[in-house]
Write a protein that binds this ligand. Structure first.
Ligand SMILES: Cc1cc2nc3c(=O)[nH]c(=O)nc-3n(C[C@H](O)[C@H](O)[C@H](O)COP(=O)(O)OP(=O)(O)OC[C@H]3O[C@@H](n4cnc5c(N)ncnc54)[C@H](O)[C@@H]3O)c2cc1C
Length: 483
């Protein structure tokens, strides 16, 4: 299928040569990479082991797109399509998890727009996945769903499928997520293996349909707002975040709990069929609205939240295979920047490969990708870890200090995380810095500082070799004449 021009707005710089990419994994990162590479003309095949129905069924929870990622999708021409299902959040209301008492509010809309150039969007995860699938296919990517890759061979860049077929490409991009065994095909860095890491806490993901929200007077008050805020609950070793989403219309909630029911079967897997008694146990310490949300949810899933360090090597020693997204730099599930980092990866990767003029640049571009991304991803991981701990502070002096500071700011009519110093301001400044990041600018800077330098050095060395060759020829001719 030919590319749909509406998703191919102009981009500065088109590659001098076009190459073949095989992307293993058609999650958000894989599809975003496919779209970004197609926008500049490279040929792309995506192999995803799950079928569309399975992903739609499993990706039923909420997703968040902070401004650093929404602005990339806007730049790619997807703003109107995103607005069909994503709700732009103007701020957050902060409450106690156990009583529901209001601690304060924070309005971020204008500040974020001004400083970061994007919006904070909330959506149903499957809607974003389906949008990226559609536009990647419309842009000309060959996306094959229900196709499982059993191995990646870096030395002859290729993958083997479960039926035994082998597919080759110039570059293989492994966007296989944080828990796939295929990560080790690129980097034998097994100290980070997902399964061996203990769970920090457990995340419960819920979807509550519109009619349930509207029928319950307590829930309806949260749901019917002209510009719906997010709701953040802070509790003793527990926290929750809920917000309205468009598209399928409903309310999504993430609940983080350190002391979760131990009958939860598998510490490494996501489950959608938890025991009813576990859910009742989970909500026994929550305020009434959270209890009603859990009971009214038509989708419930839970999984471990792990804090897994990023891998040391994202590039296979053959310099033809690269790990991206969660596979390279996992974040705890439920993180603000979870999906955003995959979209940033795609933007940076495509920017680098928009400068491709010869195949011998491929290794430099793959290593530049890791150099550009690893610092940023480590900073995000650190911030997500602090954020998680801040929201789940056990009852005690630190928690009281946090809550009292919020109440005091609220009484003065100012945003809870606003200016004025202290831990709350620090927290907000850190978040704003992450929101203001511009992934494509980083890649452009690399090209101007290092990429062009390398090209000039290469040109100069070619010129030098040519000059030496000419001089050698002249000497040879003179020698021949003398004889
Ligand atoms: C089914 C599913 C549902 C999700 N639901 C939510 C949600 O509701 N809310 C939320 O915030 N986040 C959700 N996430 C997580 C979120 O998508 C990611 O954490 C984040 O977007 C980064 O994505 P990623 O593409 O790097 O990794 P992932 O999203 O993990 O994607 C990796 C993809 O690679 C595929 N894959 C793995 N191994 C192979 C193989 N051998 N061959 C072919 N394909 C392979 C996987 O099936 C998966 O689709 C979900 C992820 C998945 C896979």
């Amino acid at each position: 299928m030919g590319p749909d021009p509406s998703f191919l707005p102009s981009i500065n710089g088109k590659p001098g040569i076009l190459i073949d990419f095989l992307i293993v994994g058609g999650g958000i990162t894989g599809l975003a990479c496919a779209l970004a590479l197609r926008r500049i003309g490279h040929r792309v095949t995506v192999l995803e082991r799950l079928a569309e129905e399975e992903i739609s069924r499993l990706a039923n929870g909420g997703g968040r797109l902070p401004p650093n990622a929404s602005k990339i999708l806007f730049q790619w021409g997807l703003e109107a399509a995103l607005r069909e299902f994503a709700v732009s959040s103007p701020g957050v209301e902060v409450m106690r998890y156990d009583t529901g008492d209001l601690l304060g509010t924070h309005t971020w809309a204008e500040e974020i727009l001004r400083e970061a150039g994007g919006e904070y969007l909330f959506y149903h995860h499957a809607d974003l996945w389906r949008l990226l699938l559609r536009v990647a296919v419309d842009a000309g990517a060959d996306v094959r769903l229900g196709v499982s890759v059993t191995s990646i061979n870096g030395d002859d860049p290729s993958v083997e499928l479960s039926e035994g077929d082998v597919l080759r490409a110039d570059v293989v991009v492994a966007a296989v997520g944080g828990s796939s065994g295929l990560r080790t095909a690129v980097s034998a860095d097994d100290k980070c293996l997902y399964d061996s890491m203990p769970a920090h806490c457990r995340l419960y993901s819920l979807f509550v349909p519109s009619q349930v929200m509207l029928q319950d007077h307590l829930l309806a008050q949260m749901y019917i707002r002209p510009s719906p805020p997010a709701f953040l609950w802070l509790g003793h070793r527990a926290s929750a975040l809920g917000n309205r989403v468009g598209g399928v219309d409903g309310f999504v909630v993430h609940v983080w709990v350190s002391d979760y029911p131990r009958s939860t079967a598998n510490e490494n897997e996501w489950i959608t069929q938890a025991d009813e008694a576990d859910w009742e146990d989970l909500i026994s310490h929550c305020e009434p609205r959270l209890q009603r949300l859990v009971r009214g949810a038509t989708f419930r899933a839970s999984g471990p939240v792990k804090i897994v360090p990023q891998l040391d090597n994202w590039v296979h020693h053959s310099d033809r295979v690269l790990l991206v997204g969660e596979a390279a730099h996992p974040l705890p599930v439920g993180s603000v920047q979870l999906t955003a980092l995959g979209i940033e990866d795609a933007a940076v990767f495509a920017k680098l490969f928009s400068h491709l003029t010869s195949e011998d640049q491929i290794p430099a571009f793959l290593h530049a990708f890791q150099d550009l991304r690893e610092g940023r991803c480590a900073r995000v991981l650190n911030s997500e870890r602090c954020n998680l701990n801040f929201r789940m502070l056990p009852n005690g002096p630190d928690q009281e200090e946090r809550d009292n500071a919020m109440r005091e700011r609220h009484a003065r009519g100012i945003s809870v995380f606003g200016s004025g110093g202290g831990k709350l301001t620090e927290q907000w400044d850190q978040l704003k810095e992450l929101f203001g990041y511009n992934a494509e600018d980083e890649a452009d800077d690399w090209w101007v500082k290092w990429g062009l330098l390398r090209e000039r050095a290469k040109e100069r060395s070619t010129e030098l070799v040519e000059r030496v060759n000419i001089q050698l020829q002249a000497v040879n001719i003179r020698n021949d004449d003398d004889e």
